[in-house]
Write a new protein. Structure first.
Lengths: 297, 260, 351
């Protein structure tokens, strides 16, 4: 009798298993074919002398990786990409956190809804188009230059287009909504009564901020940092449009290997080094992330 | 003191918003400026929109982008909704792992994902084209669809489906008469999202679009690199208004979706 | 209508036994209450009968037929969920009609049956409302109408009145029982509210840690609890532990206590339970009544209108006594008092 019940619940369990496989299978097969398999193929290519496409014969080699360390050029570019990531992330935090704080705690009701929408809307306009629009603002004789000349005639002409600064401005503009969004989510979750409780216990404004608000908004700050830093060190479009020669980054070398130079194995190796850097950074932050992001995921 | 602090923060917020909208405003203004060199003062003119009508390259690319985005929306919404339903309604081993596996497509730099797809697709011989673009765009859209539909599914538990079962509804009837209508706002929101992700996608398309079949962002990028024309301002303004319009609809749906 | 038999049903979640071998029989037309603290297994049993939980072992029979392999939608049950689970995207009419419409019944029949059900729950004319336009009590009645419209063989209620406030709950208890009588359907309901269980049920079963501790009619279970847990969960109890002195007598720390229950051999350790309302509180100089007597000192008193709860210290231990506020008794904390009760109210329980 008990055996028959076991088989009955067994068949229900297997029905459930097939339902789960049927429902998740297609999506994950798709992801396997478009993320996992390509990354594996790329890893393989990075150890070859030439791309094994057509009649070409490829030999295994470590040369692509060795090149990276032998040529100071790549290391310099990696340093620049990381430096760019730090600049953009820090500026996004300095701009975004107070804005999120204002939105979460100092604006109420309909206003908050409308302003929140205003913050996330540009996020959903094309990043390429937004980057391009900066060229009209930043270039010499552009909008900003003209505005400055009108207010302070005789000022030397502004010349930040095609510089590192221009790239930083464009990227901050692109990624700022991420930081506002993630900080806003965790700031909004802080119950006002917590702040009142802290005040009633005699804590002054700055103390409340340092001891209550900042620790509780840490998950948002960290999420924003990761969501900005990682894509920025792999960016190539913004540096190309706004930076020109002055803003050449690791991403641009990789882009060129695939679209101009057609040295795919080298491009693959450089991509993997970039991925390794991303993973290293995530691993370094892992203890902090695990502690702080549990509630968010 | 606190009030002063609040006012300061609100001003800061306003400045930040101004920073976010400054270049967009400039672009839209310049789209209506007669001078191709953006000379000020502005001379109001719709000449660039008129020229756009004759620009076959941009218009064809725009048509491609819409076709691709529609196909992506259909496939990604279907696959993502199925997965979200499994996550919300079944307990199974490896669920957390599967959920974590949704993140790589959004967190690994798109440059790496795009180039690696290029490598694989050439290696196995399927090359570039609409099919490759669709493969890539759907992969990027699925995680968003799962999250958006999953959030909607979280607002109502399996209890309605259970109630329907006790009333004699078969699994098929339960899905179409209970789960589907309750999920609908989330699915529509996810579809809009998927459309926007695809329509705005540049990096993946850049590597997977063949020279004869470019999408709008790719075409704009090459125009910018070649030395742009102000028509780009015109079409970009259109794109911005369409994307923002879509997102406004999305925001409405999503908020109403959150309520019960 | 129907008889339900639960035969040695087990359900384990990891190392936790939600049901550790439960056997119960629900008689035809009976109103049966499953009572217990949360996590005691009562809800798991209800969901197993409904078909949402697959038991690991044991059999559930409906009118003699094993329904273990029958999917939920073929079990012909009606169920009212804790928060009613009224379909939010359907009108009241469509909610009640749902069970008939998935069975493909004719529109005219559906209309007639829904009308009948609305009349039964006294909500005629509410067809077009949506669930969110109804009050809690109205939602509860619609949920009941929806569950009964298909003439199920069995009605399952999961904390049916838990979401209502006290006054409405009492009113709905009466109504629920009336409707159940009228329809004559076998009904099993889960509750953690002991008063509700006593008021509604023909019989109750008390659950603890996946097991049925005691089952029977409310009077029997209340008056003669079998275990210390049952005595404490259903109502309040004072416990006395001691050795058997002879027939009907034990020696407890508080003094000698008499009972009419059969006792084991002399010297065996036993436990007695005495309900607080069975004990009378008198002054030490009052005439002595036959039965049990203990001398003590009044502690604090909690006045609750109809009655007063006294804490009385006897031999260093605190006992609870309920006294009805019949006359203006002016006991004050610290007063010496005597506790008296009949030996028939000392119930032997297993600890």
């Amino acid at each position: 009798m008990s055996a028959s019940r076991h088989s009955a619940s067994g068949s229900a369990a297997s029905r459930r298993r097939w339902a789960v496989i049927g429902l998740t299978g297609p999506a994950y097969l798709w992801l396997a074919f478009t993320v996992l398999l390509p990354l594996s193929a790329m890893l393989y290519f990075s150890f070859l002398t030439v791309a094994p496409i057509g009649a070409r014969v490829a030999e295994p080699t470590l040369g692509n990786y060795l090149d990276y360390f032998r040529k100071g050029f790549y290391l310099t570019l990696t340093g620049r990409s990381l430096w760019l990531g730090v600049w953009v992330t820090v500026l996004c935090l300095l701009l975004g956190f107070p804005a999120a704080l204002a939105l979460a705690k100092y604006v109420k009701g309909r206003w908050r809804e409308a302003l929140f929408l205003l913050v996330v809307l540009p996020f959903w306009s094309n990043a390429l188009v937004r980057t391009f629009s900066w060229t009209m603002v930043l270039r010499s004789d552009g909008m900003l230059d003209n505005a400055l000349q009108a207010v302070f005639p005789g000022l030397p002409h502004l010349d930040i287009m095609f510089t590192f600064t221009a790239v930083v401005i464009g990227l901050v503009h692109s990624f700022l909504p991420y930081m506002i969004l993630t900080c806003y989510i965790s700031l909004q979750a802080i119950d006002d009564s917590l702040l009142e409780a802290a005040r009633s216990l005699g804590a002054a404004g700055p103390t409340v901020f340092r001891r209550i608000v900042l620790p509780l908004s840490m998950p948002g700050i960290l999420a924003g940092t990761i969501l900005i830093f990682v894509p920025v060190i792999g960016s190539f479009m913004e540096p190309r449009i706004l930076g020109g020669r002055g803003g050449f980054m690791l991403g641009n070398v990789i882009e060129d290997q695939f679209t101009v130079v057609f040295n795919w194995p080298l491009g693959a190796a450089l991509s993997f080094i970039l991925l390794a850097i991303v993973l290293l950074i995530l691993a370094a932050f892992y203890p902090l992330l695990r502690r702080n992001l549990q509630g968010l995921a | 003191m606190t009030r002063l602090w609040g006012t300061a923060l609100r001003v800061y917020l306003a400045v930040t918003l101004a920073f976010l909208y400054l270049p967009i405003a400039v672009m839209v203004l310049m789209a209506f400026n007669q001078s191709p060199l953006y000379k000020l003062p502005m001379v109001w003119d719709t000449v660039w929109f008129e020229k756009l009508v004759d620009n076959d390259r941009l218009l064809t690319a725009a048509a491609h982008s819409i076709v691709l985005a529609l196909a992506n929306t259909a496939v990604a919404t279907a696959l993502g909704t199925m997965a979200a339903f499994a996550f919300a309604r079944y307990q199974f081993r490896g669920k957390t792992l599967l959920q974590i596996l949704l993140f790589p497509p959004i967190t690994i730099p798109w440059l790496i994902i795009g180039t690696s797809m290029l490598v694989l697709f050439f290696w196995i011989g399927i090359g570039r084209g609409l099919h490759s673009l669709l493969l890539g765009h759907v992969a990027l859209s699925i995680p968003y669809v799962v999250v958006v539909v999953g959030a909607r599914l979280k607002t109502f538990g399996p209890v309605y489906e259970e109630a329907a079962a006790t009333l004699g509804a078969t699994p098929w009837q339960r899905f179409w008469r209970i789960s589907a209508p309750l999920m609908a706002p989330g699915v529509i929101a996810a579809a809009l999202f998927a459309f926007a992700v695809s329509f705005d996608q540049f990096v993946i398309s850049y590597f997977l679009a063949p020279p004869g079949w470019t999408t709008l962002p790719v075409e704009i990028y090459s125009s910018i690199r070649k030395g742009f024309t102000p028509e780009i301002n015109a079409i970009s303004s259109i794109i911005i208004f369409v994307s923002m319009g879509l997102m406004l609809v999305f925001a409405r749906l999503y908020r109403f979706g959150g309520e019960r | 209508m129907s008889v339900v038999e639960i035969d040695r049903v087990e359900k384990h979640y990891g190392s936790v036994a939600a049901l550790a071998g439960v056997s119960l029989t629900f008689a035809d037309g009976e109103f049966f209450g499953l009572l217990g603290p949360s996590g005691s297994g009562k809800t798991t049993l209800l969901r197993a009968i409904a078909g949402f939980v697959d038991p690991d072992a044991g059999v559930i029979r409906l009118d003699g037929r094993d329904i273990g392999h029958t999917p939920v939608h073929k079990r012909e049950i009606g169920m009212v969920f804790q928060n009613y689970a009224l379909f939010p995207h359907m009108s009241v009419f469509d909610n009640i009609a749902f069970g008939l419409s998935v069975r493909g019944q004719a529109n005219q029949d559906i209309k007639r049956r829904v009308g009948e059900m609305l009349a039964l729950v006294r909500l005629s004319g509410m067809e077009k409302r949506t669930p969110c336009q109804l009050s809690g009590g109205q939602q509860q009645r619609i949920a009941l109408a929806r569950a009964l419209v298909t003439r199920p063989r069995l009605l399952l209620l999961d904390e049916p009145l838990g979401a209502l406030d006290k006054r409405l709950r009492q009113q709905m208890q009466i109504e629920l029982k009336q409707i159940q009588r009228e329809v004559g359907i076998t009904t099993i309901f889960v509750t953690h509210d002991q008063e509700e269980a006593l008021t509604l049920s023909d019989r109750i079963a008390i659950f603890d840690e996946g097991k049925v501790v005691q089952a029977g009619n409310p009077h029997a279970v209340y008056e003669r609890p079998a275990t210390a847990f049952a005595a404490n969960f259903l109502g309040d109890a004072n416990f006395f532990e001691g050795k058997v002195l002879g027939p009907g007598r034990i020696a407890a720390a508080e003094g000698e206590i008499a009972t009419e229950d059969p006792l084991p051999a002399n010297g065996a350790q036993v436990m007695l339970a005495v309900r607080p309302e069975k004990i009378s509180l008198v002054r030490p100089d009052a005439p002595v009544a036959p039965g049990n007597r203990l001398e003590g000192q009044l502690g604090q008193a909690v006045y609750s209108g109809m009655s007063t709860i006294h804490k009385v210290t006897v031999a260093g231990r605190e006992l609870t006594v309920f006294a009805q506020n019949r006359s203006a008794q002016d006991f004050a904390p610290g007063d010496a008092v005597r506790l008296e009760w009949s030996p028939s109210h000392s119930v032997v329980v297993t600890p």
